[in-house]
Design a protein around this ligand. Structure first.
Ligand SMILES: Cc1cc2nc3c(=O)[nH]c(=O)nc-3n(C[C@H](O)[C@H](O)[C@H](O)COP(=O)(O)OP(=O)(O)OC[C@H]3O[C@@H](n4cnc5c(N)ncnc54)[C@H](O)[C@@H]3O)c2cc1C
Length: 330
């Protein structure tokens, strides 16, 4: 361990934060899970990231990789091991204007990406929250406000720069290391440390975005109609609905239908969104034309004592009405 630490101190040019250092409490934890790692490493270069991986291997310590630290399972921290926090590797750079190729550091957040791309009229279909990491979201899939038109975030991934468990740097794309490229797109953080992603960005205008609200008592009809409309709605329309939100009154919470229409033509937007407005008694309608970057919100920090747990599943087209009926009844 001592020799490994000496080598690390020699080769590593980033931040090295141990339990006795200022800032350890914040550096040690991920958003939802407290941790007590032996060491948090914040690399500033790819060479630093390699040194961090090699150190953990040489010292025989568990290694956690952190992008934005928003993973629900808490894999971005550990107890007694090493955390490689990629927060400094957050540069966003357009590398090919014609093909809209964007290189994004492995520790960038979606807020940083949206802000950097806005002046270029580009966006990447990504999460709905500024502080969520590009790393965990992309490697696991990535649903965003343009998902029905452009697919998951990983569908826009063109290449990745990866530090392997052996500490080597490789590039993965359709041409180079194609099997690794395949595995990165959905395999989560299991196949190496991604120090940079290359995405194909999408030209974007301002978008119609906001929330339409209905009374809780109308949940059954609103949700059935919402699901039915999305079967045939234009792909420019992406929508998420929530109800019985525990932070907004539980069973009494209003039904919220969040919409994003990818385009700035009011006539086309209204044609796509108006059928949703007719599903019930609209008690609020905040849909407005706004810059894409403004559709991303600040993240929810759960109140103390509340641990967020998520479950997800797919429902086949035939099953949707019954799934919604059971959820509303529950
Ligand atoms: C408030 C909130 C809002 C969300 N909204 C959305 C949403 O709109 N759409 C959506 O699809 N998901 C959403 N999610 C889920 C989110 O995509 C996942 O939790 C994701 O894992 C977070 O990524 P992260 O980099 O922030 O997390 P982390 O906890 O840092 O990482 C998650 C996993 O990915 C690995 N990892 C991260 N970066 C790298 C990297 N560069 N190289 C290798 N491995 C890496 C980590 O080791 C870990 O195993 C949301 C989550 C929260 C908490």
């Amino acid at each position: 361990m001592n020799t490994a630490l000496e080598t690390l101190r020699r080769d590593f040019g980033g931040d090295l934060i141990g339990p006795d250092d200022a800032g350890y409490a914040a550096a040690g934890r991920s958003l939802l899970v407290p941790g007590s790692p032996a060491l948090v490493l914040r690399p500033k270069t790819v060479a630093d990231a390699r040194a961090g991986v090699r150190f953990a291997a040489a010292a025989g310590l568990p290694l956690s990789v952190r992008g934005g630290g928003h993973g629900f399972a808490g894999f971005a921290t550990n107890d007694g091991g090493v955390v490689l926090d990629l927060a400094h590797l957050a540069q966003v750079e357009i590398v090919d204007e014609r093909r809209h190729l964007v290189r994004v550091g492995g520790g960038a957040t979606w807020g940083q990406v949206a802000d950097a791309l806005a002046p270029h009229g580009l966006a990447i279909s990504s999460g709905d929250t500024r502080s969520v990491g590009v790393g965990g979201l992309t490697l696991g899939g990535g649903i965003g406000w343009k998902v029905r038109k452009y697919g998951l975030a990983l569908d826009s991934l063109v290449a990745a720069e990866v530090v392997t468990a052996a500490g080597d740097v490789v590039r993965a794309s359709a041409e180079e290391n194609p099997e690794l490229f395949w595995a990165l797109r959905g395999g989560g953080g299991n196949f190496g440390v991604v120090t940079a992603f290359v995405f194909a960005g999408h030209p974007t205008t301002d978008v119609f975005h906001g929330t339409i609200t209905f009374p809780a008592a109308e949940a059954a009809t609103v949700l059935q109609g919402w699901a039915e409309h999305l079967r045939t709605a234009p792909e420019e329309l992406t929508s998420v609905a929530d109800f019985a939100n525990p932070f907004a009154g539980g069973p009494q919470a209003p039904v919220q239908v969040h919409v994003a229409f990818d385009g700035d033509d009011p006539r086309l937007a209204a044609r796509a969104i108006d059928p949703l407005r007719r599903l019930g008694t609209v008690t609020g309608d905040g849909v407005e034309l706004r810059p894409y970057a403004e559709t991303l919100v600040e993240g929810l920090v759960p109140p103390p004592g509340i641990r967020l747990v998520t479950r997800s599943g797919f429902a086949g087209a035939q099953a949707v009405p019954e799934v919604l009926r059971v959820l509303v009844a529950a």
